[in-house]
Design a protein around this ligand. Structure first.
Ligand code: KIV
Length: 257
């Protein structure tokens, strides 16, 4: 069983194995990934896009997250289950704690929300309530509308300094790790070196973080309509599904004609 306390120690610089994290949204996927030995199962609000068919994560509700976290919890035995707080469910410390408690009651072992210093009060409130937290810095998908798209972070000195400061804020608040999304590799590496909790990267280059997180549909090729440039496909499930369905349709056609 991977605990949040264990996760907190997984710094590559200290000789520890890198953290492997994958998203999961349902029972069979969670069970397969858990049996494969992944460290963290992230029930991310990417759910909205790759499972529920919304254009971005801003449509995801707390009820939807709870539904999918409980399915993942039924399928997993060893991995740490990390639940995302969806948009507009952590607008105050009190609301953040209530949301985090609901995610834990559904089966999450730790929770994640997007933001740094701007969310310090909410993050501290969750940790004070005894719930392990993982931060999320860099490109923040819940802000896609305000940002006008998905943009790389850390390109300017100002952005780089703000990211390092935010990472230190999350470490001081007691987070067990930080997900860095689409931060340029040089800055992701600086953050990794500046803090003593692990960084888990997505779209941050190959060697700049203490671990890697991937969206499962990118890894297995089951969502071919949008594949981010940093995806590392290891299977082509979309083609297999279509081929199986076409064979089935031909079989039914022959059988009934
Ligand atoms: O929702 C999600 O899947 C995430 C990852 C992209 C880190 O937050």
């Amino acid at each position: 069983m991977i605990t949040a306390e264990h996760l907190k120690t997984r710094k590559v610089a200290n000789g520890k194995a890198p953290v492997s994290a994958l998203t999961a949204y349902d029972y069979p996927t969670a069970r397969l990934l858990d049996e494969a030995g992944v460290d963290v199962l992230l029930v991310g609000d990417s759910l909205g896009m790759v499972v529920l068919g919304y254009p971005d994560t801003t449509h995801v509700t707390l009820d939807q997250m709870l539904h999918h976290i409980s399915a993942v919890a039924r399928g997993s035995q060893k991995a740490l289950i990390l639940g995302d707080l969806p948009i507009n469910t952590y607008n105050s410390p009190v609301q953040a704690v209530e949301t985090a408690q609901a995610l834990v009651a559904a089966g999450a072992h730790a929770v994640k929300l997007e933001g740094g210093r701007d969310k310090e009060a909410e993050i501290r409130a969750i940790i004070d309530a005894g719930i392990p937290m993982i931060g999320h810095l860099g490109m923040l998908p819940q802000s896609v509308k305000e940002e006008g798209g998905y943009k790389k972070k850390g390109k300017t000195e100002e952005q780089s300094a703000a990211l390092i400061d935010a990472a230190q804020c999350l470490e001081d608040a007691g987070c067990c790790g930080i997900i860095l999304e689409s931060v340029i590799p040089k800055v992701a590496k600086k953050i990794t070196e500046a803090i003593s909790i692990p960084t888990i990267g997505i779209g941050c280059g190959r060697t700049s973080c203490d671990g890697e997180v991937a969206v499962i549909t990118d890894l297995i090729g089951s969502y071919p309509w949008f594949v981010p440039p940093f995806a590392m496909p290891r299977a082509d499930v979309a083609t297999d599904i279509k081929r199986a369905a076409e064979e089935y349709i031909r079989f039914v056609g022959k059988k009934l004609s």
